[in-house]
Design a protein around this ligand. Structure first.
Ligand code: 5GP
Ligand code: MN
Length: 332
C-alpha cells in the first residue's frame, strides 16, 4: 500500500495539539537524524510542550555532539503516555528497533521522512523521497506551525542538510535544499562554525582508522567497484569506535572510475553494510536484495550470522552483477 501524505496543515495541526511528544530517529544517527529530530524538539519546547528525542544509541558521533543541547535521552520513561510519537529521518520501525514498541504507545503517530518508504505505519505521514534531507521537511513542518526559527534551530536544520547532501554535492542536492539553506542562513545559522564542528574536527583515531581501511581497499570490476572493511581488530589497533567508520565509504566512492563503493562494518554477530553509488549506479536495489534499503545513491543493509568473507563475496557478486547489467542496458 502506497503512502498518501497528509497536508502540511494537517501535520502542523497535530503537532500543535500534542502536549507530550517523543521524537524518534534512526539508529546510528547521522547529521540529518540529529538535526531534524533535535530541531523539532527545540521548537516544540519553545511552544511550551514537553518533548524529547528518544535515541537508540548510547552515544552520538563526536562531531555531532555539539548539536545536542539536552534534546536527546535514552530514558524510555521520560514521558510515560506520549500524546504524539514522531519519527524523523526514518520511515520503518526496523530503523529504531529498540524503541519501536515505545513508538507504538503514542496516542497518535507521525512520520516525517525522505527515505523510500515501503508501507504506511503511522496515523499521519509526510514522506518525500525527493527531499534532500529530513531536515528540509522538518523545516516545512515548523513553518506550517507558524513557529519561530531561531539561530539554534536554524543551525540544527542546516547541519542536517549539509551532512545529508555531502555539503551540497550529492545528487540529492536540489533547489529546495539551497532555498531552505538560504532561509536558515537568514535565520542566523552559523554556517562556518557548524562546518568546522562537522568537518574539521576529526579525531586522530578516526583518521588512523580511515588510513587503515583505505590501505586494505580492494578494487574490483575493473575499478568500478571499491570495497573495504572495518573489523573489530582494526578498531582495537586504532583505539577507535565503529562510529569512526563514518565517511570511509564516501572516500571510496571518490576514487576515479569508481561507480559503486561498499564498506563492511564487522559487529559481534552481524555486519553493517554501507553502499554508495556514483553516476548511474543504483545501490538501493543492491541493498534491497539483502533486506536493506535507503536511497539510490546511499543505502545500507544489515547481515546477520555471516562471516566477513561471506558478506564480502555476496556483496561483491551483487555489485558486479549490477554493474554488468548497466553496461548491457546503459539507457536504464
Ligand atoms: P549509512 O551507510 O550511512 O549507514 O546508510 C546510508 C543509508 O542507507 C541511510 O540513509 C539509510 O537510509 C540506509 N540504511 C543503512 N543501513 C540500513 C539498514 O540496515 N536497513 C535499511 N532499510 N536501510 C539502511
Ligand atoms: Mn536523512
Amino acid at each position: 500500500m502506497a503512502i498518501i501524505n497528509n497536508t502540511w496543515e494537517e501535520i502542523a495541526e497535530v503537532l500543535k495539539k500534542a502536549e507530550k511528544v517523543l521524537v524518534f530517529t534512526h539508529q546510528k544517527m547521522d547529521g540529518d537524524a540529529v538535526g531534524s529530530s533535535c530541531a523539532l524538539v527545540r521548537v516544540l519546547r519553545q511552544m511550551g510542550k514537553e518533548a524529547y528525542v528518544l535515541i537508540e544509541d548510547d552515544e552520538l558521533a563526536d562531531n555531532l555532539k555539539f548539536l545536542n543541547d539536552g534534546y536527546c535521552t535514552t530514558d524510555e520513561h521520560i514521558i510515560e503516555n506520549p500524546d504524539l510519537c514522531v519519527c524523523a529521518d526514518a520511515s520503518e520501525l526496523s530503523r529504531f528497533p529498540k524503541r519501536s514498541s515505545k513508538f507504538k504507545t503514542g496516542k497518535t503517530t507521525m512520520c516525517i521522512d525522505h527515505h523510500l518508504a515501503k508501507e504506511p505505519f503511522c496515523d499521519y505521514h509526510y514522506v518525500d523521497s525527493q527531499a534532500a534531507a529530513a531536515s528540509v521537511l522538518v523545516h516545512h513542518a515548523i513553518r506550517a506551525m507558524g513557529a519561530e526559527i531561531d539561530k539554534e534551530t536554524a543551525s540544527l536544520l542546516f547541519a542536517g542538510i549539509t551532512t545529508d547532501t555531502g555539503n551540497f554535492q550529492y545528487s540529492n542536492t536540489n533547489e529546495d535544499a539551497f532555498l531552505t539553506a538560504a532561509e536558515l542562513a537568514k535565520a542566523g545559522a552559523d554556517i562556518n562554525h557548524i562546518s568546522v564542528q562537522l568537518y574539521e574536527n576529526v579525531s586522530l583515531q578516526k583518521m588512523r582508522l580511515k588510513a587503515m581501511a583505505m590501505e586494505n581497499m580492494e578494487l574490483l570490476a575493473g575499478g568500478k567497484l571499491a570495497m573495504t572493511a572495518v573489523t573489530q581488530q582494526m578498531l582495537k589497533d586504532c583505539s577507535a569506535r565503529m562510529i569512526d567508520a563514518e565517511g570511509i565509504v564516501s572516500e571510496l566512492r571518490s576514487i576515479q572510475g569508481t561507480e559503486i563503493a561498499i564498506l563492511l562494518k564487522e559487529d559481534t554477530d552481524k555486519i553493517f553494510v554501507s553502499l554508495r553509488a556514483k553516476g548511474d549506479a543504483d545501490v538501493q536495489k543492491i541493498a534491497a536484495k539483502f533486506g536493506g534499503g535507503g536511497h539510490v545513491k546511499a543505502s545500507g543493509c544489515t547481515l546477520n550470522h555471516v562471516s566477513l568473507k561471506e558478506a564480502r563475496d555476496g556483496l561483491a557478486e551483487a555489485a558486479e552483477e549490477a554493474l554488468e547489467a548497466m553496461t548491457e542496458s546503459p539507457e536504464e
